[in-house]
Design a protein around this ligand. Sequence first.
Ligand SMILES: Nc1ncnc2c1ncn2[C@@H]1O[C@H](COP(=O)(O)OP(=O)(O)OP(=O)(O)O)[C@@H](O)[C@H]1O
Ligand SMILES: [Mg+2]
Length: 320
Amino acid sequence: MEGEKVMSGLVDKEIIFFGGKGGVGKTSCSSAYSLNLARKGYKTLVLSTDPAHSLGQIFQVELGDEPKKLDTNLYGIEIDPETESRKYINRIREQMQGSFSANIIIEIQRQLDAAYHSPGAEEAAIFDRFIEIIDMVGTEYQRVVFDTAPTGHTLRLLSLPELMGQWLQGMIERRRNVNDMMRMASVVDKSLEERINEDPVMKILLDRKQRFEKARGFLVDDKRAGFVFVLNPQQLPILETEKAVDFLERNGIPVEGIIINRIMPENIDSEFFSKRKQVEDGYLKQIEEKFGDRILCRIPLMEYDISGYESIDRVAKIFG
Ligand SMILES: Nc1ncnc2c1ncn2[C@@H]1O[C@H](COP(=O)(O)OP(=O)(O)OP(=O)(O)O)[C@@H](O)[C@H]1O
Ligand SMILES: [Mg+2]
């Protein structure tokens, strides 16, 4: 198959994200690709950030928060957004404790509880975990493969470092102003000066900003990380992929290319399916026009679902 060489050309990337519209084959492709890397001798972690997981289902292993061995050199995790969210809020709470008076802590507690239920909390939590995982690349694991949630969710997640960076910068500036005022007051009260220099809130803010910058740095580093889109020869996945590729590129996140999944066989002897195949050919042509040399690989529609080792292996072999 003509795509083989192109797919194995990604082997140097330490992190690959698989994205795409719901149901196009992200989990199937990321499972197969991670198996492929593991077989080439790279210690690989495959993980799912999709609230509706099926990574474990495909490998027929129950996966959770901690890495579980799936094969030689291959480990898997399923990140549960709700658990991560709770852990994330608790982490912030712990960091804040000891830095404030009891009254303020009650107020913070209230705000954190609200934050836990607010939109974006899960993404922020997943992102925190994502940063932890990035730290394991090159030490614990040589390669990390992300099976992401359907496009909209993932794009929101990826734009977080930018958004959070700006938000944190605002907070840092405000905090700096408070500290400046305290500094003026410290002419009178010497103990204030020590408090400014050791300001725990400023430390937390700067630390978080640094973490988000690191994640952003990783995402836009085209030598280390890249995005692969999976699509089907159908109208909506084509449109959605086009938009998503555009979005990522505008945000400086490198897109390696696309995988066309579920292509019907050439020789069909039923009238109904021949017609269907003609429709598909039209979409394939559109994909070629829109994506051309960005097509990495073509995967045929299989007679059965991709589930279990044998079927993952079939796709892994197509990846070369
Ligand atoms: N080439 C293929 N041939 C046959 N079945 C396929 C193929 N690719 C994927 N499937 C099947 O299609 C379904 C969706 O695939 P998969 O779970 O990989 O998609 P997804 O993009 O991860 O979906 P979601 O957005 O729900 O996470 C699964 O039942 C899978 O077995
Ligand atoms: Mg999936």
